[in-house]
Design a binder for this molecule. Structure first.
Ligand SMILES: CSCCC(=O)/C(O)=C/O
Ligand SMILES: [Fe+2]
Ligand code: NI
Length: 179
C-alpha cells in the first residue's frame, strides 16, 4: 500500500504525519509541489515483459503525460533483488540530489520510497504499483527500494542527456532509513 510519512528534518523516528490514504498523500505532497496520483490502468503485462513491450502497453498514458509535461523521452527501469548493479544503483539513488527537470515516474509494479527534503521537513512517499509521482525540478530528494529492490518503473525525461543528478553531499538519507 502507498504511504506518506512526514518528519521534521532534525527528528528522525518521530513522524508528524503517517498516512496510507491516497487523497491525503496527494494533498500533503501537493503542498511542496509534488504531483501524486494513483492510476487504475487496465494494462496487464506478463511478469517477464521486456522494456519495449512495457513502453508499448503504456504508450497512450505516456503520450498524454509527455504532452502535459513537455518531456521528450521515456524509458523503463527494472530492478530485481539479483540485479548485478542493485547495490551500486542503490548507493547512487540514496545520495541526496536534485535534478534540473521534474522527475516523473510511474510504478508499473513493485515499490520504492521517494524521499523529499524541503522546508525543514522530510517527506517519505512510499510508491507502489499504479502510482505516478512527479518531483519538481530542484527539490532535494533521494530514492530507496531497500537491499532487495523489486520494481518496474517508467521514467520520463525532458533533459536530452537522460538521468542527470546534482548531489548535495548531505548524508541525510542515513539518518532517515525508510526500508
Ligand atoms: C524509480 S526510478 C529510480 C530513481 C531515480 O531515477 C531517481 O532520480 C531517484 O531520485
Ligand atoms: Fe532523483
Ligand atoms: Ni519500506
Amino acid at each position: 500500500m502507498s504511504g506518506l510519512r512526514i518528519f521534521d528534518d532534525n527528528a528522525p523516528g518521530a513522524p508528524v504525519l503517517d498516512t496510507g490514504d491516497a487523497t491525503e498523500i496527494a494533498a500533503h505532497l501537493a503542498t511542496i509541489g509534488v504531483r501524486f496520483e494513483r492510476w487504475d490502468s487496465p494494462v496487464t503485462l506478463p511478469p517477464d515483459a521486456e522494456a519495449d513491450a512495457i513502453l508499448d502497453a503504456y504508450r497512450p498514458y505516456l503520450d498524454r503525460l509527455m504532452g502535459e509535461t513537455g518531456a521528450g523521452s521515456a524509458d523503463v527501469i527494472k530492478m530485481t533483488p539479483d540485479h548485478p548493479q542493485a547495490g551500486t544503483l542503490r548507493e547512487k539513488f540514496l545520495n541526496e540530489h536534485s535534478h534540473t527537470e521534474d522527475e516523473v515516474r510511474f510504478f508499473v509494479s513493485g515499490a520504492g520510497h521517494f524521499v523529499m527534503h524541503t522546508e525543514g521537513k522530510v517527506f517519505d512517499a512510499l510508491c507502489t504499483k499504479g502510482d505516478l509521482i512527479s518531483v519538481p525540478a530542484n527539490i532535494k530528494h533521494w530514492f530507496d527500494a531497500g537491499e532487495r529492490p523489486d520494481f518496474i518503473a517508467l521514467r520520463i525525461f525532458t533533459d536530452q542527456s537522460g538521468w542527470v543528478a546534482h548531489f548535495t553531499g548531505d548524508a541525510i538519507s542515513a539518518r532517515f532509513p525508510v526500508t
